[in-house]
Structure formats: C-alpha cells, structure tokens
Design a protein around this ligand. Structure first.
Ligand code: KG4
Ligand code: ZN
Length: 337
C-alpha cells in the first residue's frame, strides 16, 4: 500500500511516500526557516502562503523519486492538527482535492502521533510497548505507548516546551531562529559546568517538566556578566547540560515507574547529540534500550505523517473523514487499536 503523507502544520512543508512493504520511497521537504528568521519566529500568514507555493511542486518531487505515478497512491494523509490553522488548511485542501480526484481515502493525522511513531521508521524498529519522550518546539511529554493509538500521558511540561526553551535561550545569545541546533553548536566550545543553572522539578517526585525558570536563569546570568564569546559558549553549554540532565532524569524515572525496557525519543530536540549520547549511556546502565528516528525525521516531515496514516489505516483505526483541521487537539483523544 502506497501512502502519500503531507505535513504543513507549522514552518516546514513536507511530503513523502511510504510503502507498507518497502518503507519510505520518496521524500521532499522545504523549511521556511529563512522566511521567518527576519521576524524571530513563525509568522502564520507567511507560513500558509509559502505552503501554498511549495506543496504541489514538493509532492511532484517526492513522487518522482518513487518511480511511480500519482495513480499508484492508495492512501492520502495530511496533518489534521495541532498547528497553525491556515497552514493546516493548505495540507488538508490538497489532500482532500487529491482524494476526490483519485477516488482514494484521506486520513487526517495528529502531528504528535506522527512524531511519536517516527522511531518505528528506524531499522530495526523498536517493539511495543515503550516509553516515549516527545520533545519538540511546542511539546514536552512522556508517554507510555502500548500500540498505535494506545497512549497514556505520564508527564508533560507545565510551562515552556524544551525546544521553546532552547529557542528562547538561543535568541538571548544572539542566535537566529530556530535556535536549538545553533545553540548546541555553540555549546560544543563551552564549559557545561561553569554555570550551575537550575534543574527544574528534577529533585521532586513526578514526571512533569518545567523549563521557563531555566530560561530566566540564563537571562539573569547573561545580564550579570559582560557578554563575550567565552560567556556565550559557556551559557549555551551550561543551559544545554541542565536541559539534558532534566530530560534524562525524568526518562529514567519513567522507565522505572512503568517497568518498560525501551525508551523511544521523538521530536526536534531528539536531534540533539548530547541528549542522544546521554540517554544511550543512562539507559544502558539500567538495562533499557533507546531508539531514535533517523535524525532527518526528528524534525517535521511528511514521512512520519504517511507512516502513521499507513499504520492507522491498516489497523482499521478511524482517521478523520473529509476536510477538517484541528489547530488544538489533545493526543489522548485519539482512538486505539
Ligand atoms: O518537532 P519539531 O521540528 O517541530 C515542532 O513540532 O515543534 O521541533 C522543533 C524544535 C525547535 O524548538 C528546535 O530548536 C528544536 O526542535 N531542535 C533542537 C535541535 N534540533 C532541533 N533542539 C536542540 N538541539 C538540536 N540539535
Ligand atoms: Zn513537530
């Protein structure tokens, strides 16, 4: 079964084709980072217009890589939410139009479910059940995942998401948007022990997170010292270390609390090399394994949407019928296998 996946929830236009036997056959992606950099964040109207411009050419490009024609597509999937309403509507419109033109089913996918299942695109894929750490620009959640659609929330951030904290601290250090990758590059030359930033909610029990105080601590630190290259690198390294300590600490606690032997990491911050290395080391210590999606699939992409749709459709899980978008959508509201 060949599934065409479309992702337009925020500032990446992603299209991919996933074959249920052969895996991902074609992928095309356009990041709007340069478009929004001037404004220091995503401008929703500009995002929507750019999706309109890019989507069909990207779909053609992805399809061309597969050596198949559009008539070979069996299933069409789009990100139904959560995300920017106008941006989501572009993907939903193209998916609905294709569905009508080709007389194929259209499935609306929850963006976070796409991220959550993306580690299953790794070779070999992890088996269910597992603990999932979902760390993106908008979300930081720990979930127990028993199967497709069977997700139990274990903990989440009470304020900023980890990626958001990376982006805001990066902006404080004069780095562009999105700041996560740039901050982690800057941190490579810094001393992670120079500043003892707080590890919010790590000492207490529970699996919730908080990152806004950490961001403020970085701000106060920068205000107190004269800004030079050394300081920037040391703040970046110390900040990254604090985030990694918190994420790793909570992941271990979640493995312990659930008794599950596998940890899966998804979302943009999952591309962070220091976090990856730390989780691999810590999990090995307690006899658990860690699974990441391929780095290119950590951030938003069409492949995770096609893949989630393919699993849902084959598992006969209801996808949204017709033409809907849900800018706000609780992952817990999804139906299960
Ligand atoms: O999953 P994603 O592409 O988009 C959302 O659904 O939010 O995640 C984007 C987030 C941004 O906050 C970005 O700064 C962060 O992931 N990010 C990173 C890294 N690569 C992306 N954060 C830390 N280190 C990285 N290497
Ligand atoms: Zn995302």
């Amino acid at each position: 079964m060949l599934t065409l996946g479309i992702e337009t929830s925020c500032d990446e236009t992603g299209v991919a084709l996933h074959d249920s036997e052969l895996g991902v056959l074609g992928e095309a992606l356009h990041s709007q980072v340069d478009l929004h950099a001037l404004y220091g964040g995503v401008v929703p109207e500009l995002a929507s217009r750019d999706h309109v411009r890019r989507l069909v050419p990207l779909a053609r490009e992805a399809l061309a890589q597969t050596g198949r024609g559009v008539a070979d597509v069996d299933l069409i999937a789009d990100t139904e939410g959560p995300g920017l309403a106008g941006a989501l509507l572009v993907g939903a419109s193209v998916a609905a139009g294709l569905g009508i033109a080709l007389d194929r089913p259209v499935v609306g996918i929850h963006h976070l479910e796409g991220h959550l299942l993306s580690p299953l695109l790794a070779d070999p894929p992890p088996a269910f059940p597992f603990v999932a750490l979902l760390v993106s620009g908008g979300h930081t959640q720990l979930m127990a995942v028993e199967g497709v659609g069977r997700y139990t929330l274990l903990g989440e951030t009470v304020d900023d998401a980890a990626g958001e904290a990376f982006d805001k601290t990066a902006s404080l250090l004069g780095l562009g948007y999105p700041g996560g990758p740039a901050l982690s590059r800057l941190a490579e030359g810094g001393d992670p022990r120079r500043f003892a930033f707080p590890r919010p909610m790590l000492a207490g029990p529970g699996l919730d997170f908080s990152f806004s105080g950490l961001k403020t601590a970085a701000l106060l630190c920068v205000r107190k010292h004269a800004m030079d290259e050394r300081l920037r690198a040391d703040v970046a390294a110390s900040f990254q270390q604090a985030v990694v300590d918190v994420l790793a600490g909570k992941c271990l606690r979640a493995l312990e609390a659930t008794g599950l032997p596998r940890l899966v990491v998804a979302g943009g911050v999952g591309a962070n090399a220091v976090l990856r290395e730390r989780l691999l080391r810590e999990a090995a210590r307690v006899g658990a394994t860690v699974h990441f999606p391929p780095v290119r699939l950590c951030t938003d992409n069409g492949a995770m949407i096609a893949f989630a749709a393919s699993l849902r459709y084959r598992g006969r899980l209801q996808g949204a019928a017709g033409f809907t978008v849900r800018p706000r959508w609780d992952l817990g509201a999804l139906d299960a296998a």
